[in-house]
Design a protein around this ligand. Sequence first.
Ligand SMILES: [Zn+2]
Ligand SMILES: [Zn+2]
Ligand SMILES: [Zn+2]
Ligand SMILES: [Zn+2]
Ligand SMILES: [Zn+2]
Ligand SMILES: [Zn+2]
Length: 230
Amino acid sequence: MTAKKPQHLPNFSIQKKEFNINDFILSKELLINEDIIIDPFYCNECQSIFKNFSSCNNCKKLICLDCIGKYCKFCKNYYYECGIDKNLISLLNNIKLKCPLICHNTFLYKNLKEHVMKYCPNTTLIYTCFFCEKKFEIIPNKTDLSLLEIHNQKCEDVLLQCSFCEIVYKRNEIKNHLNVCQEKFIYCTECKLEYKLKFESPHKEFFCKVIKKEKEDINKIIEEFKNKDI
Ligand SMILES: [Zn+2]
Ligand SMILES: [Zn+2]
Ligand SMILES: [Zn+2]
Ligand SMILES: [Zn+2]
Ligand SMILES: [Zn+2]
Ligand SMILES: [Zn+2]
């Protein structure tokens, strides 16, 4: 019994992981010029160079948006956000960094997102199984791609085409279908011919007997013919 995968159906759709700056630890080691690390750019809470940052209305110190509590960590007052000094932002934006994905490229802080999404060879790709929507994180040239092939062979939702009736079924349904597919050919041990399952009763009740009878008659004639010759 055979089942094949329809050619026109892809197995995996591929997309880049969405950019989320919080996925990165921007440690001090990423700075090209370590002298430049001055406290205003470094968050002690997350041990990272500022990501999405904000400023305390009271003491004006910078803090990561994700590290803000109800109260300012520095002046202990209730935290109110205020506009950030443009000079500080521009200084931070122009700090040179090594890639946090360790691709050995360098770029300005303001180009981090662009680098990671467009240029970094170490960007993670998300492969989504077209059939069951399971996701796989793939790092090009690093992740062993055989895990996709293994999934492809196991995925219960993969669609397979019945080679008899050409109707498409999920992998976990096709086994049952193949037992009952009406277009399936059955080999008849009585008459030694094949018939489609949907013709089972006419075959058994009529054709098989006729064919058997004809075969027997032909054999009889052959036998008689042989005997005559001798
Ligand atoms: Zn932080
Ligand atoms: Zn404060
Ligand atoms: Zn990179
Ligand atoms: Zn799947
Ligand atoms: Zn079928
Ligand atoms: Zn038969």
